[in-house]
Design a protein around this ligand. Structure first.
Ligand code: P6P
Length: 335
């Protein structure tokens, strides 16, 4: 097997695309460094008294896990010291983290979910870090919220780290999706999955069926369709739901599947936007999905075409095999 570290891969990409400034490869290196440090803490969570909550509630109204706080503060620290970012938007912070005058302000803004699915960590379920990079577009010397509030189609890079049976970093800069597995014995991310393409045949569907009474009719009919028997389309699909977006998405990306977190009317008709956040979850996952030959929609709109209105905007997310995601849109159109 060709041994290629993520740093070598980034430099190869750099040589192919001289347009990407040097800051980009340094920024990805900083993210990989933070990922290694988070992985170390996640893997010893049960021993290091970092389980459980801090007792705080974040901007999402969710209880902050100690590991959320650790991952968020570590990433902000590494990125700020790295001098490659002009603004940091985090799922854990109400407003953007501006880069203090004592530090260099770089050419990229980062939107991140430092530790997605962290409520699962107490049960040793795989969790992840999700990141999305945009080129600076604001006029000032230092970054602003404008740099973070860009359409998903404008991302310079999107990626995630999955802290599972092994630690993997998966990313795309718009020229395919590449996966790197951490070799803890040498502390390097080694290329293990070059140019990932989602399999043609969809085999899996992932959705929290506990919400099914609160779905719209189109979603109900589509999920029932997935359960019908039709050997020509491989149905019924297998149901797999971990409740950790990075884990559910990563499995479906490699095996073929569709993930759904649709609008639900649990909180009444006034909150039909679903649970997942556009900037920190849906847009980066959608970018990777499309680069791997898949597709991502709200049910009516392509995720990557949505112009964000505010940092913590939520959207319905249906992502995976393009043919199945387009079929979902058809069910919604007809309902
Ligand atoms: P539910 C984790 O809290 C998360 O944000 C995603 O990782 C995951 O896909 C989703 O929420 C699970 O939500 O409502 O099914 O528990």
């Amino acid at each position: 097997m060709k041994i290629k570290t993520i740093e070598q891969h980034i430099l190869d990409q750099q040589r192919k695309f001289p347009g990407a400034s040097g800051g980009f490869s340094g920024l990805l290196y900083d993210i990989a460094l933070a990922a290694k440090m988070i992985a170390r803490q996640v893997n010893r969570a049960g021993l290091a008294n970092v389980l459980g909550s801090t007792g705080e509630v974040n901007i999402q109204g969710e209880v902050v896990q100690k590991m959320d706080k650790y991952a968020n503060e570590l990433l902000i620290n590494v990125l700020t010291n790295g001098g490659k970012v002009c603004a940091i938007a985090s799922e854990e912070n109400e407003n953007i983290v501006e880069i203090h005058d004592d530090f260099l302000s770089g050419n990229y803004a980062i939107n991140m979910d430092p530790l997605d699915g962290s409520s699962n960590i107490g049960a040793n379920v795989s969790i992840g870090t999700i990141f999305s990079l945009h080129r600076k577009i604001s006029q000032g010397n230092r970054g602003s919220e404008e740099d973070c509030l860009q359409k998903g189609s404008q991302q310079a890079c999107a990626g995630y780290v999955i802290y599972g049976s092994s630690v993997m970093l998966v990313y795309s800069t718009g020229t395919g999706v590449h996966g790197f597995t951490l070799d803890p014995s040498v502390g390097e991310f080694i290329l293990s999955h070059e140019n990932i393409q989602i399999p043609e045949q969809c085999r899996i569907y992932s959705v929290n069926e506990g919400n099914s009474n609160y779905w719209d009719e189109g979603t109900k009919r589509y999920v029932n369709y997935l359960k019908e028997t039709d050997r020509t389309t491989g149905r019924p699909f297998t149901s797999r739901y971990i409740g950790s977006l990075v884990s559910d998405f990563h499995r479906n990306l490699l095996y073929g599947g569709i993930f759904l977190y649709p609008a639900d009317y649990k909180k009444g008709p006034t909150k039909p936007e679903g649970k997942l956040r556009l900037l920190f979850e849906a847009a980066p996952i959608a970018f990777i999905a499309e680069q791997a030959g898949g597709y991502a929609t709200t049910g009516t709109d392509r995720i990557l075409d949505i112009g964000p209105k505010h940092l913590h905007q939520r959207v319905p997310l249906i992502v995976g095999n393009k043919s199945e995601v387009l079929r979902y849109e058809e069910f919604i159109r007809r309902s």
